[in-house]
Design a protein around this ligand. Structure first.
Ligand code: COA
Length: 190
């Protein structure tokens, strides 16, 4: 199984060692990282690549790199990963003593500024939500944003996620969004 996902304009491939330059470009850019985390150095990002390549036991969850279908240009990364509540970093450890560490799985995306304003983040999010409900056992997809990250909230709403109010995530109280498989199926049928 490859876990490669396609949309009309994009291809999502499981993040690999070869995506190091993309990760460095994104994570060293203060504009991109404004609502994500501290800006990293290239060396720090490079040291985390093996972590970014981790996938859940069945391979279905983890990070994907996103590229334009027509040119192959990498434009960003996206995730389906356990959502941390009292940890400040994304949870890369999927299981603890054989148990799921967290009930909620989050969808997330980071795009290069040159790819903003073209609907790509929404295309990615809709594809990952569809994938989660059609091809994995997940029954809920969640997300959080910083309170003033309007563009990301817009992406989530356009992708069908519903405001769930303030919730605990990344050691903060943040606006929460979620969609259940039942809600997603109902929206597909409408
Ligand atoms: C958050 C982020 C992904 C949003 O990207 P974005 O480009 O604004 O979002 P979208 O992909 O939905 O595109 C938005 C606009 O593209 C426009 N657009 C242009 N062509 C389009 C097309 N073919 N289809 C759909 N929208 C299109 C739309 O007008 C849309 O805006 P609207 O919904 O207000 O009408 C981006 O700002 C980013 O990567 N930021 C840094 C990382 C980050 O903050 N991640 C989220 C953390 S929670």
């Amino acid at each position: 199984m490859t876990f490669e996902l396609h949309t009309e304009r994009l291809v999502l491939r499981p993040f690999s060692e070869g995506d190091v330059d993309l990760a460095i470009e994104l994570r060293t850019d203060p504009v991109v990282m404004k609502y994500i985390a501290e800006v990293s150095t290239p060396e720090h990002v490079a040291s985390r690549i093996s972590v970014f390549c981790r996938r859940s036991e069945d391979g279905s969850m983890g990070m994907w790199s996103v590229a334009l279908k027509d040119t192959g240009e990498p434009i960003g990364t996206s995730i389906l990963l356990p959502l941390p509540e009292e940890e400040s970093d994304t949870r890369w450890d999927f299981h603890e003593n054989g148990k799921r560490v967290n009930e909620d799985v989050e969808v997330g995306y980071i795009l290069k500024p040159s790819a903003w304003g073209q609907g790509f983040a929404t295309e990615i999010t809709r594809r990952l939500v569809r994938y989660a409900f059609e091809e994995t056992p997940l029954t809920k997809v969640a997300a959080v944003t910083y309170p003033d990250n309007g563009p990301s909230q817009n992406v989530l709403r356009k992708s069908g996620l519903i405001d769930t109010g303030t919730r605990r995530a990344y050691c903060m109280d943040l606006p929460g969004f979620a969609i259940t498989k039942t809600q997603w199926r109902a929206a597909q049928a409408a």
